[in-house]
Every structure is written in structure tokens, then in C-alpha cells.
Design a protein around this ligand. Structure first.
Ligand SMILES: *[C@@H]1O[C@H](CO)[C@@H](O)[C@H](O)[C@H]1NC(C)=O
Ligand SMILES: *[C@@H]1O[C@H](CO)[C@@H](O)[C@H](O)[C@H]1NC(C)=O
Ligand SMILES: *[C@@H]1O[C@H](CO)[C@@H](O)[C@H](O)[C@H]1NC(C)=O
Ligand SMILES: *[C@@H]1O[C@H](CO)[C@@H](O)[C@H](O)[C@H]1NC(C)=O
Ligand SMILES: *[C@@H]1O[C@H](CO)[C@@H](O)[C@H](O)[C@H]1NC(C)=O
Ligand SMILES: *[C@@H]1O[C@H](CO)[C@@H](O)[C@H](O)[C@H]1NC(C)=O
Ligand SMILES: *[C@@H]1O[C@H](CO)[C@@H](O)[C@H](O)[C@H]1NC(C)=O
Ligand SMILES: *[C@@H]1O[C@H](CO)[C@@H](O)[C@H](O)[C@H]1NC(C)=O
Ligand SMILES: *[C@@H]1O[C@H](CO)[C@@H](O)[C@H](O)[C@H]1NC(C)=O
Ligand SMILES: *[C@@H]1O[C@H](CO)[C@@H](O)[C@H](O)[C@H]1NC(C)=O
Ligand SMILES: *[C@@H]1O[C@H](CO)[C@@H](O)[C@H](O)[C@H]1NC(C)=O
Ligand SMILES: *[C@@H]1O[C@H](CO)[C@@H](O)[C@H](O)[C@H]1NC(C)=O
Length: 462
């Protein structure tokens, strides 16, 4: 145990310095002009915040819910087979490689499937350290209540996060909590039919009906706009390959996935085959996909985030959860599996579920649909992109605080709520956010009427 802890510390120390592209505080920073446009395949990076994201002076944070995505992984099993086939297709048909493309001749496809990479594990260790440091006052006195969705990479991410948290905790002064490491993690099954607020799957009309095709249709339009020119350039440099637009996207995907397969996050040579402008279009394609599959662009997307949002209300208000969507009443009705009144909660999930949850909470609700023919800026999408919202190891912090001074119409000691996504304060516009992005607890909870009324869950089974 002692040796293991030392090794974790040593490897973290190393990644904090120049050899690595990743760090606890800033996240992934190599080639940021392109790597910050890799959508949900971008490694976590600290997103600039218009509002000062430090804990406001005179305020005490009394509660934090962190909702975290798993860390960087290998491609999914179906994608890894397609990537491998695309590489083999190129290598078996091309005899003369264009300038800059020569490395592909000897490139060997070695990526696995579905599991965290070592780099991805370290991202979660770093996330646990960062959380402890930010919320040290609370985290020294108590360990969070942990839940994880059941897929292996998610559970392992939760474990790696606890390792980072424990590493920071064991080196900290004034720790009064007595919990022994390892900490308990409540794992909620992803099996068919399982009620799980950290994994969609129950809502039949969403999983199988027309709603399940909205995202594919939206990206098909955008792919036909931005990809053909790139395909033409690849085919000119890879004569004989005759790549399709879909295969061009696979070649682009090889950039982030080969990057996160490097322990230190060294940028893959595949990344240099494309311009910064093309990476922006690629990031937009990944954002469109999630927006129309799980966000406001999908008629049933936000509804998939209702169960978690109702659990959040329960935790924020110290009152029993009142949800009739995807939550498990047996778990949520038991103080052992859904304890109330705690200051710290940590949950681990997937990107798609986080997009649905953000939407159910009304975050990034610009009430405009993303264009499927023209690339929009972050300002035009209401601040939403998958790169800034759900990269690998993404984390949302929901903070409750009380403050000693008055601010606007907020009185002394009133409970306030603030939300940060990857270090960016997301102003709670639906409840009249103050200059620091906050609402009173009452106003915030009232603004969650979409979730509290069950979203459109009644349309799931019609
Ligand atoms: C790639 O495909 C080839 C041919 O089917 C197979 O032999 C090889 O094991 C695959 N490589 C990986 C990493 O999946
Ligand atoms: C992440 O957690 C797994 C499972 O506990 C462990 O085997 C692995 O060493 C951890 N990774 C790091 C970077 O600490
Ligand atoms: C630990 O407690 C001492 C005494 O109250 C205080 O001076 C010190 O700042 C505390 N350290 C931290 C890291 O909070
Ligand atoms: C709810 O949770 C209980 C306790 O873990 C479990 O036995 C049951 O199968 C779950 N039910 C559903 C529908 O997920
Ligand atoms: C593309 O966007 C237009 C207008 O925003 C919309 O009417 C159309 O349904 C969208 N098409 C797809 C396939 O999503
Ligand atoms: C594709 O290339 C053509 C010809 O160079 C150019 O006119 C067009 O604007 C390009 N399209 C995109 C989306 O870049
Ligand atoms: C290129 O692939 C397309 C199908 O994607 C096929 O119709 C066409 O015949 C191929 N061209 C060559 C030269 O192989
Ligand atoms: C990073 O890792 C790669 C292989 O994973 C290695 O080739 C490279 O030398 C390493 N770079 C540094 C600066 O440590
Ligand atoms: C699971 O969810 C379904 C659909 O909302 C609900 O009918 C059922 O009562 C839930 N089961 C449990 C154990 O909460
Ligand atoms: C939560 O409510 C319970 C009982 O309703 C109460 O005993 C407890 O003190 C409350 N906790 C907090 C943090 O308000
Ligand atoms: C999003 O904004 C629209 C327009 O203000 C509003 O009608 C809708 O209820 C909001 N959605 C959520 C989930 O808060
Ligand atoms: C302050 O009061 C105004 C007017 O009553 C209201 O719209 C706003 O939501 C309040 N601000 C907060 C942070 O509660």
C-alpha cells in the first residue's frame, strides 16, 4: 500500500512537469489550438471562465456535487475494428505516400477497445487531487459519497479519482476525517432494464424510436459540407486509397486516440495531417452529434438527464428524492445507498449522459438549434461544445455556498448555488444569476421544473 501510494505520487509528480502534456491544474495543453477542438475525444483542459471561478471571498462552500466523465480510453470495440480496417486499406492499396503522409506506411495499429488508457487513468488521479485542493476545507473533514455507473472504464475512473483524492488528503494538514482508503463506491448496473441515473437506456422511444435517428441525420448534413475537400486531399496524397468521407473521419479520429494512447499524451503524427480550421469543423461535427442525440436538439434528450437532476435536488435540499423516471426507488429510498445531508458527493458516468443532465438542468440553454450547415462559434451555441463540456475526464461541480456579505438582493447567510463545468462558471440564467453566476438555492430549485415534472418521460413508452 505504502509503495503503491509512493508510485502514484511519483508518476503524478512527473506529469506535472514539462515532459507531459497534462497537469493537475490546467489539464491537457499540448497543441491546444487543435487539441481543444477534439470534442469528446479531447483530454480535459481547464476552460477559461468569464466569471472568476475562485471561491468568492467571504463565502464558505458547504456542499459540492461532482459529476465526472471517465478518462481517456481506447476506441469503442466497433470503432477500433473500423479504424484498423481503414489503416489496412490504405497500406494495402497505396504505394507512394505524399509529403507528410509517409509515416502511415510503417504505422502499426495497436489500439485496444473500450478501456481506459494509462494516460486516461492519470487524468482521473489528477482530477481527484484537484478536487481535494479546491475543496480542502470540506474534503479534510469528510470523504465524498461515491457512485459509479457499472461499465468497467467508469468504475476504474472512480477508483483512480479516489486514488488522487487520497494522495492529496494523505499529504494535507488538518485532516480530521477518519475514513480509511479504499473508499466505498456504489456501482449501479448498466444491464438492460436497470434503473440507473448515470446511464441512459430505459426510455424506449429514445433508444429505438425516431428520436434515436435525429443525431445521425444532423451530422450527415454537416459531414457533406466539411469533409469532401479533406477526403480529396487525403486521396491525392494516398493515391489508390480511395477513402470515403466516413473513412476520412476515421483517419481524423486516429489523431486523438493515438495521442491518448501515449502515456505522456504526446501528440500523434496523424494530427499534423489536418489544419486548425479542419479540427474546428471536426469538433463542431462531434458537438452536433451530441447536441442532436442527447441535448436540446433531440426531443427526448434532456429527459434522459431528469433522474440525476432530481437526485441532485434531493441532495441540495436534504429531502427525499422525488423521481419517476430512471432512478431506482429501492436505492434512492435507502439512507445507505442514497444518503442525504452530506457535504460531498461524487458520481461517475459517460459523456452522453452528462450532455443530457446539463440539458435537464437548463445549462447551455440558448434555445437555438445548432446549424447543421454552417459552423457556429461558442458564443453562437450558447457556450456549448463537446470539447469544453464533456472531454475525457470532464467534471461538473455543483457548489452550494453561504456568504457573510450581502450581494445585490441576496441576504447574509442565504444558501446560493453555482455550477462550474471544467473550471468555467456556467451562469445560471434560468433563475436570474447574479454577477458571479449564482442563484439562491430556492430560485435554482424552482428553475428545475422541467426535471421535477418528469421531463417528457411519459413519451418514452408511447
Ligand atoms: C487489425 O486487423 C488485422 C487483420 O484482420 C488483425 O490481424 C489485427 O489483429 C488487427 N489489429 C488490432 C490491433 O485489432
Ligand atoms: C487506476 O486504477 C486502477 C484500478 O484500481 C489501477 O490498476 C491503476 O494503476 C490506476 N492508475 C493510475 C495511473 O494510478
Ligand atoms: C491547519 O490548522 C492550523 C491551525 O488552525 C492553521 O494555522 C493552518 O493554516 C491549517 N492548514 C491548512 C492547510 O488549512
Ligand atoms: C434497484 O436496485 C436494487 C438494489 O440494488 C436492485 O436489486 C434492483 O435490481 C434494481 N432495480 C432496477 C429496476 O434497476
Ligand atoms: C438541418 O437544419 C435545418 C434548419 O436548422 C432543419 O430544418 C433540418 O431538419 C436539419 N436537418 C437535419 C438532417 O438535421
Ligand atoms: C472546398 O474546395 C472548394 C474548391 O477549392 C472551395 O470552393 C470550397 O469553398 C471548399 N469547401 C469548404 C467547405 O472548405
Ligand atoms: C472508390 O470507391 C467508390 C465507393 O466508395 C467506388 O464506387 C469507386 O469505384 C472506387 N474507385 C476506384 C478507382 O476504386
Ligand atoms: C512520451 O511517450 C512516447 C511513447 O509513449 C515516447 O516515445 C516519448 O519519448 C515520450 N516523450 C517524452 C518527452 O517523455
Ligand atoms: C424503474 O423505472 C421504471 C420506469 O420509470 C419504473 O416504472 C420502475 O418503478 C422503476 N423501478 C424501481 C425499482 O425504481
Ligand atoms: C438533513 O435532514 C435531517 C433530518 O430531516 C437532519 O437531521 C439533518 O440535520 C439535515 N442535514 C443538513 C445538513 O441539513
Ligand atoms: C430552455 O429554455 C427555454 C426557453 O427559455 C425554456 O422554455 C425551456 O424550459 C428551457 N429548458 C430547460 C430544460 O430548462
Ligand atoms: C434578484 O431579484 C430579481 C428581481 O426580483 C430576480 O429576478 C433575481 O432572480 C434575483 N436574483 C437572485 C440571484 O436571486
Amino acid at each position: 500500500m505504502f509503495v503503491a501510494a509512493f508510485l502514484v505520487f511519483a508518476s503524478c509528480f512527473r506529469t506535472t512537469y514539462a515532459q507531459s502534456c497534462d497537469s493537475v491544474e490546467e489539464g491537457y495543453q499540448c497543441n491546444s489550438e487543435i487539441s481543444h477542438n477534439w470534442g469528446q475525444y479531447a483530454p480535459f483542459f481547464s476552460v477559461a471562465s468569464d466569471i472568476d471561478n475562485s471561491i468568492p471571498s467571504g463565502c464558505d462552500v458547504t456542499f459540492v456535487q461532482v459529476l465526472s466523465r471517465h478518462g481517456a480510453r481506447d476506441p469503442t470495440a466497433s470503432k477500433t475494428a473500423k479504424y484498423n480496417a481503414t489503416v489496412l486499406k490504405i497500406q494495402s492499396s497505396v504505394t507512394s505516400y505524399g509529403s507528410g503522409f509517409e509515416f502511415i506506411k510503417d504505422y502499426e495499429y495497436t489500439l485496444g477497445a473500450d478501456q481506459l488508457t494509462t494516460f486516461g487513468q492519470q487524468e482521473l488521479v489528477n482530477s481527484g487531487i484537484k478536487f481535494f485542493n479546491r475543496y480542502q476545507a470540506l474534503a479534510s473533514a469528510t470523504v465524498p459519497f461515491f457512485r459509479s455507473s457499472g461499465e468497467e472504464r467508469v468504475v476504474e475512473s472512480a477508483q483512480n479519482w479516489t486514488q488522487g483524492f487520497q494522495q492529496a488528503r494523505s499529504g494535507a494538514e488538518n485532516v480530521t476525517s477518519s475514513e480509511l482508503y479504499p473508499f466505498d463506491i456504489l456501482v449501479v448496473s448498466e444491464a438492460d432494464g436497470s434503473n440507473n441515473t448515470l446511464n441512459h437506456g430505459l426510455c424506449t422511444a429514445f433508444e429505438e424510436g425516431p428520436a434515436s435517428e435525429v443525431g445521425d441525420a444532423a451530422i450527415a448534413t454537416w459531414i457533406s459540407v466539411f469533409v469532401p475537400n479533406i477526403t480529396a486531399r487525403l486521396n491525392a496524397n494516398l493515391p489508390g486509397a480511395n477513402l470515403t468521407d466516413t473513412e476520412t473521419i476515421y483517419v481524423m479520429d486516429l489523431c486523438p486516440f493515438n495521442t491518448v494512447a501515449n502515456d505522456n499524451g504526446t501528440v500523434s503524427p496523424f494530427c499534423d495531417l489536418f489544419t486548425a480550421d479542419e479540427w474546428e469543423s471536426y469538433g463542431y461535427y462531434l458537438s452536433l452529434d451530441k447536441f442532436y442525440s442527447y441535448g436540446f436538439g433531440n426531443p427526448l434528450g434532456p429527459t434522459q438527464g431528469v433522474g440525476f437532476t432530481n437526485e441532485l435536488v434531493a441532495r441540495l435540499t436534504n429531502a427525499s428524492s422525488n423521481d419517476h423516471t430512471s432512478s431506482n426507488a429501492t436505492l434512492d429510498g435507502n439512507q445507505a445507498t442514497f444518503p442525504l445531508g452530506l457535504p460531498l458527493y461524487a458520481d461517475f458516468t459517460h459523456d452522453s449522459d452528462m450532455v443530457a443532465i446539463y440539458s435537464a438542468m437548463g445549462l447551455y440553454n440558448s434555445s437555438i438549434m445548432l446549424s447543421n450547415t454552417t459552423r457556429q462559434t461558442l458564443a453562437e451555441t450558447g457556450g456549448f461544445s463537446t470539447s469544453v463540456a464533456v472531454p475525457f475526464s470532464a467534471r461538473m461541480y455543483v457548489e452550494k455556498m453561504t456568504c457573510s456579505g450581502e450581494s445585490g438582493n441576496i441576504s447574509v447567510g442565504e444558501e446560493l448555488v453555482r455550477v462550474l463545468v471544467n473550471d468555467r462558471v456556467i451562469p445560471l440564467e434560468s433563475c436570474g444569476a447574479d454577477a458571479l453566476g449564482r442563484c439562491t438555492l430556492d430560485a435554482f430549485v424552482s428553475s428545475l421544473n422541467f426535471a421535477q415534472s418528469g421531463g417528457l418521460w411519459d413519451q418514452c413508452f408511447t
